[in-house]
Ligand binder design. Sequence first.
Ligand code: PGA
Length: 259
Amino acid sequence: MTTGQTKKLVIGNLKMNILSPIERGRYLKDFSKAMAGKKLTTVMAVLCPPFVHLEQFRKSIKRQDVQIGAQNMFLLERGSFTGEVSAPMLKSIGTEFVILGHSERRRYFGEDEAVVNAKLKMALKCGLAPVVCIGDTHEQRDSGDMKRILRMQIEGALEGVPGGKLEQIVLVYEPVWAVGTDILPTSNEVLEAKILVKKILTDLYGAKRTGIVRILYGGSVSARVAKQVCLDPAMDGVLVGRESLIPREFLKIAEIING
Ligand code: PGA
């Protein structure tokens, strides 16, 4: 595995963008230009394009400090599941990470804790590092329900996962209200969420193991706010949506976090 367990992560979620080989070529060219002469030492950058582009991304980006990830996967290995893509398929073309339980998948595709849990176990079995998104909605936050929601999501995702597997797992605190909105939590709010996530992990696995899970922040991240949402609350990295569509901006974020 080349998931750089001790490094911070700057993960680009390209979502359902890059519509053709021409657009892909342009993106990869811009990425390689923006990356020229740079080396990330304390950060691993991860690009998560749509499935159809993964292999070409892998082939074009030949750098140790940049890996590729998928945005989703199915929970079984093979069989009659029309339209699905499995973990071994992803692994076989050099994918190292897979985003699971993103709020858009929870909202539009009805993914719940049980689905995230099954996918996570399959990802681990196939040697992919799961990047599990958790987060509260505005209503949940306003009604004081955030703690319960995060606990439910984390316990649900990790149900039956042995402590020995934790170092492969990445958690992203991604408040639903901050995704795609430009509304940001303060540094203190991010820090509070991180402390809460750590407490939940400690309750599940004991204090010793808690430190090895990387905890990222996600939602409206840009170079302008990287300090506020990542450096100040000492997060282990970020999940970037819109800004990852502009390689220059994505790499700016990676460099700020690289220090
Ligand atoms: P955003 O998306 O950066 O555009 O808010 C983040 C995400 O959905 O992971």
